[in-house]
Design a protein around this ligand. Structure first.
Ligand SMILES: Nc1ncnc2c1ncn2[C@@H]1O[C@H](COP(=O)(O)OP(=O)(O)O)[C@@H](O)[C@H]1O
Ligand SMILES: O=c1ccn([C@@H]2O[C@H](COP(=O)(O)O)[C@@H](O)[C@H]2O)c(=O)[nH]1
Length: 512
């Protein structure tokens, strides 16, 4: 699945002319857990810095590494080109006349580059600027990035700043013949950056070449590996082998570790007082039990299933609404009387569903909060290992930006909590974005008493969970899967967990 973790509107809003493809490339085969059973991040992302002269082949090396890594977790290529400073009208006029020095370290916002890189390395989201080489200007848009297990930072000055050098796990310098660099630069700048050949040469002789000798080449001494600017396949293979071994050391067996734990303290607080528990079970009225009976019945038609799921979702969301802060509001009634009441006291509120089975709760949320924005997280189980993989992140704006996320309240939606591996991953993702733990309300139809709920509650004690039923069983199984390829049909088995008595696969029964 290409281009993960990118905001969709970014794709729509920016035209190809801004050459955004060079600046950031993302590829992913799913991100395995990056945190431990205590909910805290275990390891930082692996960061590679690639320096070298202009057109030496830095981007090429970065892309070849991604290609050669093959089926690896998410990789982000972050180009230092995105961090050229914002320019005044005069500076832009100088730039268009080839009289602006873009090759001096001061031309790049090193502090911002280091901050964005540090955020990504620490598994937090970041919003990087977008730079237009045609306009010689930083654009007003920014690009949201999150979730990289491997980050490749490339640019002429990536090894220049000591603060930056401290962030890299591996430092690479691309060493290329000057004539080749000049020839490549002429071709590229005329074709892609809207320049004339005379302009490119003038800029090269005035700024690019002297800066390369003074600022870029000297940083080669900080590199762990020097890679040639052409015919570098062997060097790239060596680098990928090293990265793979680093990633293997970080691999985890997360779901296996959190399932089937002792459940004595599972649903209640350590004090044993249910009131202190982070889990709220809807009052088990006959009416509620009636709804669950319809939903559990395998004979229930799809139409009835949808109807009763929507009803139940509304009840759950109404209960969840009680956990939000309210403030006093005075209104004048139609009888011209002053009346003191309440209104929500939140800056931002949104929903995030864990796909696909969180979807059936969305209608309930929209019934209660008509204009709510709902994002999504696609978490899937690796069929072979049973480990959760984060495949797609599409979050509302109030979470994507950290300064908004700290004030956001989030209804996290998933049909059931069984091993709790998906819930764990979704909560960690929200925390990485700066959402406060006690601002997360997890809404679900079912919780498996013998699943991972205990570990989830002890890792994130301030996250409130609202559910309508607690089931006693959780069974690990292998499901046969068939797919067609060419002429034939091929089958394989996939690991799955079944809640008992349960309601079957809620997402499938609702959507299929
Ligand atoms: N090893 C290589 N073999 C062939 N062409 C290359 C190689 N490295 C780079 N190039 C070509 O040179 C040009 C500039 O490379 P690029 O990676 O964009 O440079 P940089 O990122 O260092 O400015 C591109 O057209 C690219 O395809
Ligand atoms: O507005 C600008 C900004 C930068 N440059 C030149 O770009 C190169 C660095 O990019 P590479 O992709 O590493 O080649 C640098 O040498 C600047 O001179 C520019 O021309 N205009």
């Amino acid at each position: 699945m290409p281009d993960l973790y990118e905001a969709e509107e970014y794709q729509r809003d920016l035209s190809e002319s801004f050459q955004t493809k060079k600046n950031t490339v993302l590829s992913s085969h799913g991100r395995p857990p990056w945190y431990g059973e205590n909910g805290l991040p275990l390891s930082n992302a692996f960061v590679i810095g690639i320096a070298g002269g202009s057109a030496s082949g830095k981007t090429y090396v970065a892309r070849q590494i991604v290609k050669s890594l093959g089926s690896t977790p998410t990789v982000v290529i972050m180009s230092q080109d995105s961090f050229y400073k914002r320019h005044t009208e005069e500076e832009m006029a100088l730039a268009h006349a080839n009289h602006f020095d873009f090759d001096h370290p001061d031309a790049i916002d090193m502090a911002m580059f280091a901050d964005c890189l540090a955020d990504l390395k620490a598994c937090r989201q970041t919003n990087i600027p977008i730079y237009s080489f045609k306009e010689h200007q930083r654009l007003d848009q920014s690009k949201y990035l999150y979730g990289a297990a491997i980050i490749i930072a490339e640019g002429i000055m990536t090894l220049h700043d000591p603060k930056l050098r401290d962030l890299y796990d591996l430092k690479i310098f691309v060493q290329c013949d000057s004539d080749i660099m000049l020839a490549r630069r002429i071709l590229r700048d005329v074709k892609e950056r809207g320049r004339s050949m005379e302009g490119v040469l003038e800029q090269y002789l005035r700024y690019v070449k002297p800066a390369f000798d003074n600022f870029v080449l000297p940083t080669a001494r900080y590199a762990d590996i020097i890679v040639p600017g052409s015919n570098n396949a062997v060097a790239i293979e060596l680098i990928t082998t090293h990265i793979r071994s680093q990633m293997n050391e970080r691999a985890r067996h997360f779901r296996r570790n959190i399932s089937y734990r002792s459940v004595d303290k599972c649903l209640n607080s350590p004090s044993g007082n249910p009131e202190d528990s982070s889990l709220t079970l809807l009052l088990q009225t006959p009416q509620l039990q009636g709804i669950y009976t319809v939903l559990r019945d395998e004979k229930t038609s799809r139409q009835d299933f949808i109807f009763f799921v929507d009803r139940l979702a509304t009840l759950l969301i109404e209960k969840a609404m009680e956990l939000l802060p309210y403030k006093t509001k005075v209104v004048i009634t139609p009888t011209d009387t002053e009346c003191s009441g309440k209104e929500l006291d939140v800056k931002h509120i949104c929903g995030v569903s864990i796909l696909r089975s969180g979807g059936p709760l969305e209608k309930g949320l929209q019934r209660v909060l008509s204009d709510v924005t709902i994002g999504s997280l696609l978490v899937q189980t690796d069929g072979k290992t049973g480990e959760p993989l984060l495949l797609h992140v599409m979050l509302p704006k109030c979470i994507r930006e950290r300064h908004l996320a700290v004030d956001a309240w989030v209804f996290l939606l998933d049909a059931q909590i069984s091993t709790a591996a998906s819930a764990f991953m979704a909560i960690r993702t929200l925390l990485d974005h700066g959402v406060q733990q006690d601002h997360i309300i997890f809404v679900t139809f079912l919780v498996a008493r013998t699943g991972g709920i205990h570990v989830l509650q002890s890792a994130f004690p301030k996250v409130r969970i609202i559910c309508g039923a607690i089931d006693s069983g959780l069974r690990e199984t292998w499901i046969e899967q068939y797919h067609s390829e060419g002429e034939g049909q091929y089958g394989n088995t996939r690991k799955a967990w079944i809640v008992e008595p349960g309601m079957g696969h809620i997402g499938d029964r609702y959507y299929l």
